[in-house]
Structures are given as structure tokens and as C-alpha cells.
Design a protein around this ligand. Sequence first.
Ligand code: ZN
Length: 183
Amino acid sequence: MSSPAPVPASPGSSSQRKRGSTESIGLYAVQCCECYKWRTIPTKDEFETIRENFTADPWFCSKRPDCTCKDPADIEYDSSRIWVIDKPNIPKPPPNTERLVIMRGDLTKTDIYYVLPNGKRAKGTGDVQKFLDANPEYKDSLSLESFSFTMPKIVEETVSNSSAWKTKKTKKQDKTNASSSKN
Ligand SMILES: [Zn+2]
């Protein structure tokens, strides 16, 4: 049984990654429902609040102080970084827990973990249930329904342009060249 090792953040976001955290997401952004521009969200907490209510309470530029739809986008949706798109309405993590999105090394998949109050990581509701069984004092504040292990969708086009992917491709090409040189 092997546990997935923490993997480096996507090239576009590694510089903004918090030190000591294994979270792969380096930057949070939300799209305005009116002008479709992307606005960066300064903190994970704020992002999680917006995400929690996204369908019932869609986001507009005007929700941010001193920002209107006329302002240029904070960030462009392009392949200069790898994008992952969250499903809306993921509940905010319960108190004393943290939700981590960790990109696998081959950039094909993300894993969702919750850091529980005892510092252990839950990778599914089974782990949360085990924790609650062992620590019944948390049963009131941590309900299973507030945990969502729904993975964000990785935007493939942005991965295929990332340097990690290009390295792979180049290696493949080298092989091809090597075999063709025999002829
Ligand atoms: Zn707008």
C-alpha cells in the first residue's frame, strides 16, 4: 500500500505556493457572471465562501470594492498556468479542518484531502467517519455532509502546454529520433 506523495505545484503557481504547504493550488480566481472576466481572490477562505454559495449567489465584479466589469481582467484564462475548475457549491470545510487539493506528479488527476483536527489526513468519508468514531466530541461540529471529495476538473489544454508535459513530450521525441537514426 503506497500513499500518494506530495507533488510539486503546477509550474505556473509554484512561486505563489505557501511555504510548508503541500496544497497544489497557488492562486484562486473566480469568473464574473456578467462580463466573464477572471478576478483573483486573495485568500483560500474567501474563495471557499464564494464557491460554497456559487449557484445561489453568483459572483459579479461589483461584489468587490472598487471593481466594475469595465476593469481589465486580473488574470487571463490561458496556458501560462495549469487551471483546475472546481464544481460549484462545495461546502466550506468545517472548523479546524483544511481542504487540500493536490495535483499528481503526472498532472492527470488531483486528490482531495481534509486535514482533520488531529492533524491526520482524510482522503474519503470513511476516514472522517473513523475519526468521528474515535473522537465523538467532534460529532456536533463536523458533519459528514460538510466534507466533499469532489475533484476539480483539470483543464487539459492548459496541462498540455505546461513545461512538465513538454518535458515528457521532448523525451518521447528523443526516442523517436533515436530509433529513426538506425535506418
Ligand atoms: Zn464583471
